[in-house]
Design a protein around this ligand. Structure first.
Ligand code: AHG
Ligand code: MN
Ligand code: MN
Ligand code: MN
Length: 368
C-alpha cells in the first residue's frame, strides 16, 4: 500500500539533497557534506533549546542567573553564544567552507588550510533571542554562497546580492523542529524525528498562497514609522504648519501606517486581515510561508535602515519566499538584488504572498 510505503520509505534530508545533486554530474557530494554539518548544528541547538527550561533548575541549585544558559562541559553558557560556537566548529570541520559570517561575531571567520573549501556560509545561529526565556519558537537562519575560482577568499565573496546564493534555509525550534530548505529549485520542509535523529521530508514543494489574510509587524513601533527621507521631513513640516493654522490634524500620509490602516479598515469591501506577530523572524516567516500573508520590518525614525540584517536574515528569507512563489521587497527594490557593503548591514523588508507584496510595491511606487 502507498501508505505503508510512506511509513517505511523514509526520505531523509540527506537522501533528498543527494537525489537533487545527482542531476549535476560534476557534483562531488561537497554540498551534501556541508549541509550535513549544518544539520548537525541544528540538531544540537534543538536539543539545547529543549533543555533550556532546566537551566532554571540549575539556577535554583546555586547559580544566580536564570536566563536560558546551559552547561557545556565545565562552563555555563548563554544559548546564543553556545549555538554560535557549535555552528562555527561544525562548519569549519566540514572542510567545505572558506568564509563564515555570523550574527554573533563582529568579524567574519576565514577558514585556514587544510580545512578550506569553496562554500561561504552566512548565518544567524539563534534568531528570536528575546523569546528564549519564555519558551516561544526561535530558530537558525542560513545562506550559502560558492566561491568560483581559487583566489584567496575575501569579504567580497560574501558581499554579494542575495540572488547569487546557492541555497538558503532556516530551522525552527518550535513545537517540533522543522528545517526548511531551498537549493534554488523550490522549497522543501523536513521535520526532525527525535527517535531517529533524522530530518524527514514532511512538506514537499512548499508554495505560499498567492494572497493571505494575515499581516505581521511590530506595530508598537508605529509612532516611529515616519520615513527617513527628506521628502518625509518636508511632509511632516507642511503638516505641522497646516495644523498650526487650521487647528486640524492632517491624516498621516506615511506608507506603513496607510498599509496597516488598510489591513484593519479595508475600503474595498474585503474582510480585514488578522495580526500575528511573534517577534522571532523564523517563526513569523514560517507562518507566512505556510498560511500566506505579509511580514514587514520597515525603516523607522530610530532605525533608518530597518532592524533586520541583510546577509543572514533578509537574504535567506527572501530567497525562500521567491522560491515558494512569493516576493520580497525592500521599499526600493527586489530584496535579492541588494548589494551589501558591510557584513552586518541592515535593510527594511516586506515579504510574503505575491499579491500582498504587490500592494506594498504599488504604495511605494505611487509615492515616487
Ligand atoms: P536576533 O534574536 O537574532 O537578534 O533577531 C531578532 C530579530 C528577529 O528575529 C525579529 O523578527 C525581530 O528581531 C523582532 O524585532 P522587534 O523586537 O523590534 O519586533
Ligand atoms: Mn536574528
Ligand atoms: Mn541571533
Ligand atoms: Mn542578536
Amino acid at each position: 500500500h502507498a501508505a505503508d510505503a510512506h511509513r517505511t520509505d523514509l526520505m531523509t534530508i540527506t537522501r533528498f539533497v543527494l537525489n537533487e545533486q545527482s542531476k549535476y554530474p560534476e557534483s562531488r557530494g561537497d554540498f551534501t557534506i556541508l549541509l550535513n554539518h549544518i544539520v548537525l548544528g541544528c540538531k544540537f541547538v534543538c536539543s539545547a533549546v529543549n533543555k533550556a527550561g532546566l537551566a532554571k533548575l540549575i539556577g535554583l541549585a546555586g547559580e544566580t542567573n536564570v536566563q536560558a544558559r546551559i552547561w557545556a562541559g565545565e562552563e555555563q553558557k548563554k544559548l546564543d553564544v553556545l549555538s554560535n560556537e557549535v555552528f562555527i566548529k561544525a562548519l569549519v570541520s566540514s572542510g567545505r567552507t572558506c568564509v563564515l559570517v555570523s550574527e554573533e561575531d563582529e568579524e567574519a571567520t576565514f577558514v585556514e588550510q587544510p580545512k578550506r573549501g569553496r562554500y561561504c556560509v552566512v548565518f544567524d545561529p539563534l534568531d528570536g533571542s528575546s523569546n528564549i526565556d519564555c519558551g516561544v519558537s526561535i530558530g537558525t537562519i542560513f545562506g550559502i554562497y560558492m566561491v568560483n575560482d581559487s583566489h584567496e577568499p575575501t569579504l567580497d565573496d560574501v558581499l554579494q546580492p542575495g540572488k547569487n546564493m546557492l541555497a538558503a534555509g532556516y530551522c525552527m525550534y518550535g513545537s517540533s523542529c522543522t528545517l526548511v530548505l531551498s537549493t534554488g529549485e523550490g522549497v522543501n520542509g523536513f521535520t526532525l524525528d527525535p527517535s531517529l535523529g533524522e530530518f524527514i521530508l514532511t512538506h514537499p514543494d512548499i508554495k505560499i498562497p498567492k494572497k493571505g489574510k494575515i499581516y505581521s509587524v511590530n506595530e508598537g513601533n508605529a509612532k516611529n514609522w515616519d520615513g527617513p527621507t527628506a521628502k518625509y521631513v518636508l511632509i511632516s513640516f507642511s503638516r505641522a504648519l497646516f495644523s498650526a493654522f487650521t487647528s486640524m490634524q492632517l491624516p498621516h500620509s506615511f506608507l506603513e501606517l496607510r498599509y496597516v490602516e488598510k489591513c484593519k479598515f479595508p475600503k474595498d469591501g474585503s474582510s480585514s486581515k488578522s495580526l500575528r506577530y511573534i517577534g522571532s523572524m523564523v517563526a513569523d516567516v514560517h507562518r507566512t510561508l505556510l498560511y500566506g500573508g505579509i511580514f514587514l520590518y520597515p525603516a523607522d525614525k530610530k532605525s533608518p535602515n530597518g532592524k533586520l540584517r541583510v546577509l543572514y536574515e533578509v537574504f535567506p528569507m527572501s530567497f525562500l519566499m521567491e522560491q515558494a512563489g512569493g516576493q520580497a521587497f525592500t521599499g526600493k527594490q527586489r530584496a535579492l538584488d541588494l548589494v551589501p557593503n558591510k557584513i552586518h548591514e541592515r535593510s527594511p523588508i516586506f515579504l510574503g504572498s505575491y499579491d500582498d507584496v504587490e500592494e506594498i510595491k504599488a504604495l511605494y511606487a505611487a509615492e515616487e
